[in-house]
Ligand binder design. Sequence first.
Ligand code: ZN
Length: 402
Amino acid sequence: MVSQGNSWIQQFLWVVGLLVLTGGSCAGQAEQPQQLDGREGRNLALGNFRPKPTLKVRQTLLEQAQFPVVDVHTHFRYRLKHDPERLDEYVQLMDKHNIAVCCSLDGKLGDTLDAHLEYLHTRYPDRFVVFANVDWQGDGQDDDPSTWACHQPGFGEKTARQLQLAVGHGVSGLKLFKQFGLGYKNPDGSLLRIDDPRWDPIWKACGQLGIPVIIHTADPIAFFQPIDETNERWEELFRHPEWSFPPEKYPPRESLLEARNRVIARHPRTIFIGAHMANSSEDLQTVANWLEQFPNLYIEFASRIGELGRQPYTARRFFLRYSDRILFGTDGPWPELRLTYYWRFLETDDEYFPYSEKEFPPQGFWRIYGLSLPTRVLKQIYFENACRIVPGVKSRVANYRR
Ligand SMILES: [Zn+2]
């Protein structure tokens, strides 16, 4: 018995050792990803794949946009952390690239809003406008939704009054993050409904105050699909499993988008901007249908040139047809190289170029093609549409051009 027991333990330790070596897979040493380098007849792990295109085609290096740009989707609180030097550096980059105005979507509300306005407006009052955010949580506890501000009576009306004050302080819009529909919860543990009538006073107030609502709802289709060998975004989801919204834990993407659309339909006097191509850039016909259906809907394409640039014929037709409803956005501040890809995507007919400076591009493991948009359309998308619908932008663009 004793010797048998020893051998069982030895076997167990051997298996544990093997699991450690293989990183938890039972496939054996030959399958270690670092050894799957594709050389000398070995297989190649996707994470080791670094293809260098041999294609020789024209590369247009654009160091600035052709017209003044209004970037309606930026995060100056989350990305620059209120660091004044980084702000100075980015404004220099804005000057160099012909970005007239950035809309920072991280305003929040109350004192934190004032701190953000001060950060941007003290030195650069003419280069930034700020969007506020709904304070769903208030003083509530992280892990107890029943204590959150949004579940107390009169929350919608109270937020509407806060927004009125915020507009008095110079706020130009309201931004909703994707957690609205995918994160924030009701006291019973279910997710907040986007079209819950409790929030109607908020949407109504934005219409009355003349400020647009930029709303991020759902996410790319692939993030709602299983992470398996058929998922076209597998490489990213493998590195960021937290970006996945599997059906057993989350509502279907379509139901979130439908709930958002019911809100847009219910508030025709409020302008809504569907962030990230209304999160349906894989299916532009559907976005077109929404634009036809809802005259108060606009869209912006931050972090979606990867998606649009792999369907350049369809995307170009779409941009020509809806040029008065599309706004420019990046989701930045980004490194300079990323900005140049935006100009190249919109202005050139360059082929098969990267859309991100990252070794593994963040929105799909592929390259893109330029749309070569005509001057008239570039002007609308770069600044004219934003001047029309975002308060405070028109005068800033005029000052910038002077
Ligand atoms: Zn964003």
